[in-house]
Design a protein around this ligand. Structure first.
Ligand code: FE
Length: 206
């Protein structure tokens, strides 16, 4: 089986936020799709080790901000490449709240969904949440950012490293997992966060 075939599936780029007992957290996710029309239901899939996932299992409410093509990498990095377990992502950011009291992003965002969870299923690495929409509105007129566009036009290209140092391992830029081998297979997936080989950076010998 060639797992890289899965890279051809289409995804978006979203800010997924939730609120539990006054505490807010959010992460970047690429997985949301409408799965029913009557009632209107969406499905999202969230990595189990994410604080947002842990909180969402209890709160049952979330906002999904659909990022548009103007969203800078720094914003995606702020919410997507550090964990709410270690940092308060909203310490210096004040976003408006939706009708459920959950913050949503009102810049670089083309539309927002406010949802409540109606069922969920643990899929191992991720939990699948089925949700009904409580509110939906448009913001910018920009095109939604799709994941392929994020990869090609938003995410910085890796810097050229000095060739004279030997690679001893690879580190996941998303969760910090260390792969203690000089080779990283192209179809490798992080055992902790599920991100693909392209989200790993080489670790050089000292
Ligand atoms: Fe990882």
């Amino acid at each position: 089986m060639d797992n890289t075939a899965l890279f051809n599936l289409s995804y978006g780029v979203f800010l997924l936020a939730t609120k539990l007992e006054g505490k807010v957290n959010a992460c970047i996710t690429n997985t949301c799709m409408q799965v029913a029309a009557s009632p209107t239901r969406v499905a999202i899939s969230v990595i189990n080790t994410n604080l947002t996932c842990e909180m969402l299992k209890e709160s049952g409410i979330f906002s999904l901000s659909m990022l548009d093509v103007t969203c800078p990498f720094e914003t995606i990095k702020h919410f997507g490449m550090q964990s709410g377990h270690n940092v308060d992502k909203f310490a210096e950011i004040k976003y408006p709240e939706d009708k459920n009291g959950v913050p949503f992003m009102d810049t670089h965002t083309c539309a927002v969904l406010s949802c409540h969870v109606v069922s969920s299923q643990d899929l191992g690495s991720h939990t699948l949440f089925i949700a009904e929409i409580d509110d939906a509105f448009n913001l910018s007129k920009e095109a939604p950012m799709i994941y392929a566009y994020y990869q090609s036009d938003v995410k910085p290209k890796p810097e050229k490293k000095a060739e004279d140092k030997k690679i001893v391992g690879w580190r996941c830029k998303i969760c910090g997992y260390y792969h203690d081998e000089p080779e990283l297979p192209k179809d490798f997936e992080c055992p902790l966060c599920g991100h693909p080989a392209e989200d790993f950076e080489p670790v050089y010998e000292n």
